[in-house]
Design a protein around this ligand. Structure first.
Ligand code: AMP
Ligand code: GLY
Length: 423
């Protein structure tokens, strides 16, 4: 079978390595992939948002199955276009990907169907938002409606920060049209949990839970990033909480999307906060999380391609989705200065993969002489899978220390909070 994976980050590398385990897979193409992914797939210079390019490539190369991993092409309708061209694909159609593509949509969905989330108001112009903020409780949270490269959420600790956020999103349009509308919502507190789930619209199977580390520096200091590391499972996510989430959040969300005529097939990501008043949805994503995927998929014992095909075919209830016991840790190595200003093009020397420790490459280019050069903010995801969390963290850091990459930095406390919670 010939497989095509859209995207070119650490998440896509993790998906590709897992799909490769299926003995029927003869070739995997990554569009566009990256210099590190090139070790496991044939990289093709077609951008992840190039729908016409991907469809044409799939037809020319008789692709048997496509996996669309990033949010942009899903929201733009790449799965719709592939299916219309007769190419089976994993991922939601555009009318379901809107669950991530519009925060106004997802908040209204949760309200309509009684799914627990922060209370909120929607504003279509700065004047109304600013007047609301004169008396709104502080801290408050301001969210641009549309996609904003993971930067569209501002936690305002003061009234001034809140009004600044509204002005920059709605007047200065720092996120472009994504800021034509905003959500202003209640500030919630509690541990955060990421849960990815396979669903074909009839069955929903949650994967092992995980914990992201969004801030750039140790001790949760510094700016928000795309994610500086992950562990799985998340110790805050007990069996009782998992059952509650299934009943009050996961299944109701699947049913709500069906009721709206927007059946979701793919990986639905629940960003949850375990508040004193129970678990609440912070955000939905219409795709695998990055870097959550880098700790969740290595724990998957079942065959990923089989599960993805079942999701696409609507036969998820027929397949086995099993995770191994144990734990995984992923330490992101980023370019110095990330997430603000950083340089690319530094040579890297990576230790070879071992059975339970391996590196997913998020941003790299191959030089003409074969040297791997850093490219982008997040560069590597050094991952280990072990029988328990302590060992997984130790092994991930042991491998991270073997990476030779002068311009790299990483957090030293990935998993520390999870370990403390376990004790
Ligand atoms: P997002 O970009 O949607 O992943 O949000 C980024 C981060 O903002 C989340 O991981 C939370 O830590 C935080 N956040 C989002 N919404 C809220 C909220 N209502 N209350 C408190 N923190 C929030
Ligand atoms: N790690 C959060 C995300 O993928 O959006």
């Amino acid at each position: 079978m010939k497989i095509m994976v859209i995207g070119g980050g650490g998440r896509e590398h993790a998906i590709i390595k897992k799909i490769k385990e299926n003995p029927n897979v003869t070739e995997i193409f990554a569009l566009p992939g990256n210099g590190g992914i090139a070790a496991d797939a044939t990289c093709v210079a077609i951008g992840a948002k190039d729908i016409a390019g991907a469809v044409a490539f799939a037809k020319e190369n008789a692709i048997d199955f496509a996996v669309v991993a990033p949010d942009d092409p899903l929201v733009l309708g790449m799965v719709d276009a592939l299916e219309e061209a007769g190419i089976p694909a994993f991922g939601p159609k555009a009318n379901a990907a809107i669950i991530e593509g519009s925060k106004v949509f997802s908040k209204n969905l949760m309200k309509k169907y009684g799914i627990p989330t922060a209370t909120y108001e929607v504003f279509e112009n700065a004047k109304d938002a600013l007047s609301y903020l004169e008396n709104a409780p502080i801290p408050t949270v301001i969210k641009a409606d549309g996609l904003a490269l993971g930067k569209g959420v501002i936690i305002a600790m003061s009234r001034e920060e809140a009004t600044d956020a509204v002005r920059s999103i709605m007047e200065d349009k720092v996120f472009g049209a994504s800021g034509n509308r905003i959500v202003v919502e209640e500030f919630l507190t509690g541990p955060e949990v990421s849960v990815l789930a396979f669903t074909d619209g009839k069955t929903l199977i949650p994967m092992v839970s995980s914990m992201d580390h969004k801030r750039a520096h140790d001790g949760d200091e510094g700016l928000n990033t795309g994610g500086m590391g992950t562990v799985a499972p998340n110790p805050y996510y007990t069996k009782a909480i998992a059952d509650e989430c299934m009943d009050k959040i996961f299944l109701p969300t699947m049913a709500a999307m069906n009721a709206e005529g927007r059946t979701f097939r793919g990986c639905l990501y629940f960003g949850l906060m375990l508040t004193p008043n129970g678990p609440k949805v912070i955000e939905y994503n219409c795709r695998f999380g990055d870097p959550e995927t880098q700790v969740v998929l290595p724990l998957l014992e079942s065959d990923l391609l089989t599960v993805m095909q079942a999701v696409a075919n609507g036969t998820l209830s027929d397949v086995d989705v099993r995770f191994r016991d144990g734990a995984a840790c992923c330490v992101i190595v980023a370019s110095k200065g990330y997430p603000v200003k950083y340089e690319s093009g530094f040579p890297m020397l990576l230790p070879p993969d071992e059975k339970e420790s391996f590196i997913y490459v998020a941003g790299a280019k191959k030089a003409d002489d074969g040297t791997l050069l850093s490219a982008g903010g997040r560069v590597l995801g050094v991952t280990a899978v072990k029988d328990n969390l302590e060992e997984a963290i130790a092994a991930a850091y042991a491998m991270t220390e073997k990476v030779k990459f002068e311009n790299g930095f990483y957090r030293h406390d990935i998993g520390a909070k999870a370990l403390a919670a376990k004790k």
